[in-house]
Write a protein that binds this ligand. Structure first.
Ligand code: NAD
Length: 351
């Protein structure tokens, strides 16, 4: 084995019902005296509750998916006007993304409290959108200093959003097995993440108010994001980035729809990944395991249902071909990507 693996510096505090205590400890450790709380409107109430004992100077709820540059600019002005010294974000990937945008220019430390399974909290990747163009980059400044996981905060996430978000996390695992910087440590995290997600998500669907499934899913989502942060974006993420940006599709649902098609495309050319995923899914093959899981979850099926116009496919194929990692396990050809996106648009069974 020859590899270089960088472990990112971050504290993770994981316990159901303990977010207030853990956020307090994290802010204390950072010496925070002027806290800016960033929370999406859906997280307003829990954010207030779990930061009630902190020296909060401002609460900011102007959160929009994909962090438009104007939204980032306003949040940066608010942070500066209130002389914030710590950012606490509560919400999904959109709230975390806004905190990262503020951290990018201010260097302020972030304490992230995720309420979805998006995983942004465990990566140093930021994203900003101008018009319909989303730019992403990597900067150690935006990696949250501490992540506070509290599965009770995800109980309010509706089942359909939980499924899409959990499959977004599963996509991090699958893509990490062949992404450009993948290494054996990423792969170990990805496979355990896939196992935990596969165990947790059906329990979330069967018992949305139960903690056990939520906790497994949150744990899997964290592992998936650590693997993804290190391995980088593989073919799956490149495709979803193109589709999401061009057609303004919902982030998690797009990942949920595209994933089985990329697995079917790459799987035969990546037998080790295929075998390890099959084991994680406890199924004869990875494709079969994912299909069974998706059936149990009633997962979103087609890009058409998400609002993608069929006539947009040729343009999307061209953009994917330009962005696809050169070392993808299977050669990325115009015909191959056209068939993949057509099938995802249609909602065909990739098996
Ligand atoms: P989101 O944060 O927009 O949340 C989706 C919806 O769910 C929102 O309406 C939100 O208000 C609501 N919500 C969130 N938590 C809830 C809860 N517990 N109960 C009820 N409603 C709740 O979406 P997301 O999928 O979490 O994040 C997507 C964003 O994150 C995208 O912009 C994506 O690009 C980014 N992302 C970034 C990275 C990274 O590494 N930088 C990784 C993954 C995702």
């Amino acid at each position: 084995m020859h590899f270089v693996h960088e472990t990112l510096p971050q504290t993770v505090r994981f316990a159901p019902g303990a977010a207030a205590e853990h956020v307090g400890a994290a802010v204390d450790r950072l010496g925070g005296a002027r806290v800016m709380v960033i929370a999406s409107p859906s997280a307003k109430e829990p954010a207030e509750r779990l930061t009630a004992g902190l020296p909060v100077v401002v609460r900011h709820d102007d959160v929009t998916m994909h962090v438009p540059v104007e939204t980032a600019r306003r949040a940066r002005v608010v942070a500066a006007e209130h002389a914030a010294d710590v950012l606490v974000c509560v919400g999904g990937g959109s709230a975390t993304g806004l905190a990262k945008a503020v951290a990018l220019t201010s260097g302020l430390p972030v304490v992230a409290v995720p309420t979805t399974y998006a995983g942004s909290e465990a990566t140093p990747v930021w994203g900003l959108t101008e018009g319909s163009v989303k730019t992403t980059g990597t900067d150690p400044k935006v990696l949250p200093h501490t992540v506070v996981y509290d599965a009770t905060l995800t109980l309010g996430l509706p089942v359909d959003l939980s499924v899409a978000s959990g499959l977004n996390a599963l996509a991090h695992c699958v893509d990490s097995l062949w992404a450009p910087r993948t290494d054996p440590v990423d792969q170990a995290l990805a496979v355990e993440g896939a196992r935990a997600l596969c165990a947790g998500l059906p329990r979330v669907v069967a018992e949305p108010d139960g903690i056990a499934g939520r906790e497994q899913t949150l744990y899997g989502a964290y592992l998936s994001a650590v693997a993804f942060a290190s391995a980088g974006s593989g073919l799956h993420h490149k495709i979803c980035h193109v589709l999401g940006g061009r057609f303004d599709l919902p982030h998690a649902q797009t990942h949920a729809v595209v994933l089985p098609h990329v697995l079917a495309f790459n799987g035969p050319a990546a037998p080790d990944a295929e075998r390890r995923l099959a084991t994680a899914f406890d199924a004869p093959t990875a494709n079969e395991g994912l299909a069974r899981l998706r059936a149990r979850l009633d997962a979103p099926r087609s890009l058409r249902d998400l609002g993608m116009p069929h006539e947009g496919i040729p343009d999307a194929v061209e953009a994917v071909l330009a962005a696809a990692p050169p070392d993808n396990p299977r050669p990325v050809t115009p015909d191959g990507i056209t068939a993949l996106i057509e099938a995802a648009w249609e909602g065909a069974d990739p098996r």
